[in-house]
Design a protein around this ligand. Sequence first.
Ligand SMILES: CC(C)(COP(=O)(O)OP(=O)(O)OC[C@H]1O[C@@H](n2cnc3c(N)ncnc32)[C@H](O)[C@@H]1OP(=O)(O)O)[C@@H](O)C(=O)NCCC(=O)NCCS
Length: 287
Amino acid sequence: MCRVSSILVKLTISPFGQDDIPFGKSLTDGENWHRTAKDWARLLRIEPSGIFKAEIDGKDAGVAAVTGYGTLAWVHSVIVAREYRGQGVGMTLMDACIGYCKGLGARCIKLDSVPAAKSFYEKLGFTEEFESLRFMRAGERGSALVQRMRSEDLRSVIPFDRAMTRINRAKVIEEIYKDNPEWAFYARDSHGIRGYLLGWQGEDRVNLGPCVCVAGSDQWFVKLVRSAMSTDPTKDFRICVSEKNNRALIALKSMNFEKVQSSTRMFMGDRFSEAEASYAMISPEKG
Ligand SMILES: CC(C)(COP(=O)(O)OP(=O)(O)OC[C@H]1O[C@@H](n2cnc3c(N)ncnc32)[C@H](O)[C@@H]1OP(=O)(O)O)[C@@H](O)C(=O)NCCC(=O)NCCS
């Protein structure tokens, strides 16, 4: 129960399921997050018990979600419907997420916060880590400079990702690939895999990421991004990069990507520094 202006209301938290996708989409549409119903369905497949819905007096009031990567867990999609803000719904949803992360055994919890929500997360004990930058550009004609990823390549790409990032992102990689094989590329030479890139079709742009390359091998990053853009030069492309990855930032500038937005990476618990090999994040919602 919580009290709003002396009126007692009943606040409940329950698992978010398939039937809640239209509600989730109405919230992300309200914030202009460009998330499709297919994106919501994929998030649910990735962490079926990790998405929570808040109801007030039986009416849908908000959502929040977790993706677990082993010792690191990611909180995302925290939105309260406008009419229910300021009544403790956001905090209650975050308590559910943090409890779920702890149940997964996570020692560090991370999220990307929009500027307006930073102090909300600080109240919960999250600390700023770095700026998480978003870049966009229109596609360009060209040809693939590296190999297209086939489903059997996931057998080597997933262990490569794990070795480079020190976290287990297998289920996210598999689910993004399953929906979007046309945007997946990987680079290999006589030393083995040098890098890979996934992408997925969003509402009005193609989102590129994750991209992981052997640290310091910027040329592979450029080839992977150019190969993905050549798949359909009529699209717009978005990519998210840490402000700490100078090599990725220089490479994006050389490809004429423009910064469009930023958010703040925040963490709680043990510090977990992201790998230099991580050239592009999966997305603001999945780290
Ligand atoms: C951020 C958000 C989830 C907070 O939900 P909420 O239900 O309004 O938050 P609560 O009522 O639980 O607020 C808890 C505390 O955080 C504070 N708070 C809430 N929203 C805040 C904000 N945007 N900025 C600063 N403080 C905020 C409240 O004042 C309250 O503090 P108090 O307990 O000292 O009074 C909600 O404002 C929202 O949906 N925003 C739009 C979507 C968004 O930006 N999500 C975050 C994406 S990273």
